[in-house]
Design a protein around this ligand. Structure first.
Ligand SMILES: Cc1ncc(C[n+]2csc(CCOP(=O)(O)OP(=O)(O)O)c2C)c(N)n1
Ligand SMILES: [Mg+2]
Length: 385
């Protein structure tokens, strides 16, 4: 048996599915053209609108963190096409397990984006109803939710909601995780379980090229998509800044999952244009030349250019969208400032679904401690700043 080698590292453009070039030109792909054939100009403007609104959310949330209104924020800047394209391919009954940067996907699941900020302000452990939206709570423990998603998908199989042929019943599960997460054992374990059980789960890896300050080149010697086949999971690499391509490859993977064809690994090759979080300073570990080269591949500019060149972005639409984004910004600022500060003791609530004597003992101790301050100034004062 010969030894096979890979000539390309993890940052290659080789093998990326692309339907829109960085210059906004539509390119043809024999396997995926049919997946987007039904998207007319209205639908494309809808995807553009989604991306613009989500970017506005990012900008507002970052400013609110700087003003001390949020404890922390993790921007999705640059990843809008990966998230909106894949999110818009989902069906209502599908279930998503996000990490902590999936604001675009949250938007496609009908989550009010101000609810996402309840978590980042520290007034809530979650912020939305995961069942109602088919969108699980954010997970900060890197990679752990790939196991939750796989287990959930195995449950979907046992509920008989796979391969029935009923488009309103057959269900897929999608888990979003990063390039850094692929180095976690949990992700490998999830791929094993998903593969051997032929579970209806799509592993959607957003390779934004950084895991805080660690580059993808320290996570892998080969494209991350190459991990799938080793587990028996088909995989695809897609240009993550191309909203049409991410829509198309996700639609295909979802269809495979729902029809009983098993899991898929998608690597959406993209770039984290902002900092890891508001606590991070990327100028310490990457060059402005690198950032600039990716600004030229901005996912929103790409679709805007495409629409403009076809005369499908009328001024009235652009103006209405700008007004809508301004209104969203205003609503985000007002809502977040109105969230108030939870009492510190509220951290003991909802630790378990049922009362727990240890947690209760800790709560009692904590309340006595807070009350021991003569002026009571600490009690009720939020510590989220
Ligand atoms: C199990 C675990 N280890 C370490 C961390 C600290 N941590 C938070 S984010 C992060 C980087 C994750 O990078 P990636 O998976 O590429 O996702 P991205 O932030 O780029 O979206 C790390 C190491 C964590 N949250 N969980
Ligand atoms: Mg990353």
């Amino acid at each position: 048996m010969g030894i096979t080698g890979h000539s390309t590292g993890p940052l290659t453009d080789d093998g990326l599915v692309q339907l829109l070039t960085p210059a906004g030109e539509r390119t043809s792909h024999p396997d995926y053209d049919a997946r987007v054939a039904h998207l007319d100009a209205d639908a494309l403007r809808g995807l553009y609108r989604d991306m613009v609104l989500v970017r506005r959310f990012d900008t507002e949330a970052t400013a609110l963190q700087r003003q001390g209104e949020l404890a922390l924020f993790a921007q999705g800047l640059g990843q809008e096409a990966a998230q909106i394209g894949s999110g818009r391919a989902l069906a209502a009954q599908d279930h998503v397990f996000p990490s902590y940067r999936e604001h675009g996907v949250a938007h496609t699941r009908g989550v009010d984006l101000t609810d996402v900020l309840r978590l980042f302000r520290g007034v809530d452990h979650g912020g939305w109803d995961p069942v109602g939206h088919g969108f699980h709570l954010y997970t900060l423990v890197i990679g752990s939710h790939t196991l939750h998603a796989t287990g959930y998908a195995m449950g979907v199989q046992r509920d008989g909601a796979v391969g029935t042929g009923d488009p309103d019943r057959d269900t897929a599960v999608v888990v979003y995780f990063g390039d850094g997460a692929t180095s976690q054992g949990d992700v490998s374990e999830a791929l094993v379980f998903a593969a051997v059980n032929n579970s209806p789960v799509v592993f959607f890896c957003q390779n934004n090229q950084w895991a805080i300050s660690e580059p993808t080149t320290k996570q892998a010697r080969v494209p991350l998509a190459d991990r799938g086949p080793g587990f028996g999971v088909p995989s695809v690499r897609v240009d993550g800044n191309d909203v049409l391509a991410t829509y198309a490859v996700t639609a295909e993977a979802l269809e495979r999952a729902r029809s009983g064809g098993g899991p898929t690994f998608i690597e959406a090759y993209t770039y984290r244009m902002g900092a890891h979080t508001t606590s991070d300073d990327p100028s310490r570990y990457r060059s402005s030349a690198e950032e600039e080269s990716w600004r030229l591949r901005d996912p929103i500019d790409r679709l805007r250019t495409h629409l403009e060149e076809r005369g499908e972005l009328p001024t009235a639409f652009v103006e209405e969208l700008a007004a809508e984004a301004d209104a969203l910004g205003e609503r985000i600022r007002t809502t977040v400032r109105g969230m108030g500060h939870p009492s510190p003791a509220s951290m003991f609530e909802h630790v378990y679904a049922t009362p727990h004597s240890v947690v209760e003992g800790e709560r009692v101790w904590f309340e006595q401690y807070e009350a021991s301050f003569a002026d009571g100034a600490r009690a009720g004062e939020g510590s989220h700043r």
